[in-house]
Write a protein that binds this ligand. Structure first.
Ligand SMILES: [Zn+2]
Length: 452
């Protein structure tokens, strides 16, 4: 058989056969396509059903959600970190966070820059005027006690949002948390103080039932009379190891007390920053990989040398008008006083600092926006009434805060650290930005200012 015959014969036969095969293949392909279409449609429908189900929504949100440990170091002025080399600070764990985490070039606080309003702003994202915690203590007409109870909060906090989402919450010495709505709670509450330490019996009386005993079983050196930063750290280690909350709010207090007594950036205050770093080292060893650490502070700090009675100075200069004095800011409604304050010679003689622009005043202290003029004291000065009509007097404390939020270099701290957080230095941020950022990390819907 020649190749042609073979070819032609085969070809004919083959042609029939090939047609048959082709037909068969086409039928098979059509069936497969039909089946594939069926399978695809079925798969799509099933996927849609699964995706649209509430359970799936929850699990998607949880897949993105992180756990968050907020460590607030009370009074950790941004300069301790920015100028760590100049201050000679031995703070390897803080330096690790700065190197590996996201570090803001300072946090502009809220007015007043004091502890309880600022801590509440950090977890609500709104100003003290909006969240209702106007000072550490309530106004005199309300009795003047601390804002202990969480019932005094006008708006939702991060821990409210976490709880609503079914997440576990914990707080250690966090202000305005006397409540049973936090799963593991050692609230900031005390009858007695010893520097930054608070008496444990008072705390235990308001704490989550049984929590003090559980921590004491795990850490026998916990239940000493005074709860200080060491035992606050033990409580945190207990929570990380045994209870595994989704959100922990930890407030370390000892640096603030030391800086009030000795002044910030002194040998004593620097030593306390180094001690805090040791405790941070203990905590970082226990932080699980799915947890982000937010290291924050509530306000900056400044050494105070003199209190100036500006009203006494005005009287001596023959000006009849007056100024309203708070330690960190004076305001006036009188044109003659504003004019006197703007004289460079008066400013130099009486410790008058920067005039706060009207728009800044309206933004940070809307209740003072109708003042004709507002001034900060000069560096290391405070405003206040003098003793026996004296122009200048000694301050009650060497270290102070409560100053104007945008005072030069007077900033709080913000570092984020953990898996998925890129190492970078960011520009200065507002304290109002913290709560939404932390809520996003937790995977929580959060609207700053939402009423409770
Ligand atoms: Zn503070």
């Amino acid at each position: 058989m020649d190749s042609n015959a073979y070819y032609s014969g085969k070809a004919r036969k083959g042609a029939i056969t090939e047609v048959g095969i082709h037909t068969g293949l086409c039928q098979a392909a059509r069936m497969l396509r039909k089946n594939l279409r069926f399978y695809c449609l079925t798969l799509t429908a099933l996927t849609c059903l699964v995706l649209l189900s509430p359970a799936r929504f929850t699990s998607l949100a949880q897949a993105k959600a992180r756990r968050v440990l907020v460590i607030s170091v009370d009074g950790l002025d941004h300069r301790y970190l920015r100028d760590a080399d100049k201050l000679g600070l031995r703070i390897p764990h803080l330096r690790r966070l700065l190197r590996e985490g996201e570090w803001a070039d300072g946090v502009a606080g809220v007015f007043p820059t004091i502890t309880w309003p600022s801590h509440t702003t950090m977890i609500t994202g709104v100003t003290p005027h909006e969240h209702g915690i106007l000072g550490n203590r309530r106004p005199k007409e309300e009795g003047g006690d601390y804002y202990w109870s969480a019932d005094l909060l006008k708006v939702k906090t991060l821990w409210h949002a976490a709880r609503e989402a079914g997440r576990k919450t914990a707080a250690i010495t966090w202000p305005v948390t006397v409540t049973d709505q936090i799963d593991f709670n050692l609230p900031e509450y005390f009858q007695r103080r010893n520097g930054g330490a608070m008496d444990l019996p008072s705390i235990a009386a308001k704490a989550t039932t049984g929590l003090v005993e559980k921590i004491a079983r795990a850490y026998p050196s916990f239940p000493q009379e005074w709860m200080d930063d060491r035992t606050r750290t033990l409580a945190t280690l207990y929570l990380l190891q045994y209870e595994k909350p989704d959100l922990i709010l930890l407030h370390l207090v000892d640096l603030d007390a030391e800086a009030h007594h000795n002044g910030p950036f002194t040998r004593e205050a620097n030593a306390l920053v180094e001690r805090t770093d040791e405790l941070l080292g203990d905590i970082l060893k226990a932080v699980p990989p799915d947890m982000v650490v937010a290291l924050v502070s509530d306000h900056g700090f400044e050494r105070s040398d003199k209190v100036v009675d500006v009203n006494a100075a005005l009287a001596r200069s023959g000006i009849s008008g007056k100024a309203t004095l708070t330690p960190g800011l004076l305001t006036t409604r009188e044109a003659s006083v504003a004019e006197w304050l703007r004289q460079p010679a008066n400013a130099a003689a009486y410790g008058i600092g920067r005039e706060v622009p009207k728009d800044e005043l309206a933004r940070l202290a809307p209740h003072l926006a109708d003042a004709l003029a507002a001034f900060e004291p000069a560096e290391h000065h405070l405003f206040g009434a003098g003793k026996d009509g004296q122009l200048f007097s000694a301050p009650a404390e060497i270290g102070v805060h409560g100053l104007w939020p945008l005072r030069k270099d007077y900033r709080a701290t913000f570092i984020l650290w953990g898996r998925g957080i890129a190492a970078r230095r960011t520009p200065e941020i507002s304290m109002l930005a913290l709560a939404p950022r932390l809520a996003a990390l937790l995977g929580l819907p959060f609207q700053p200012g939402a009423r409770r």
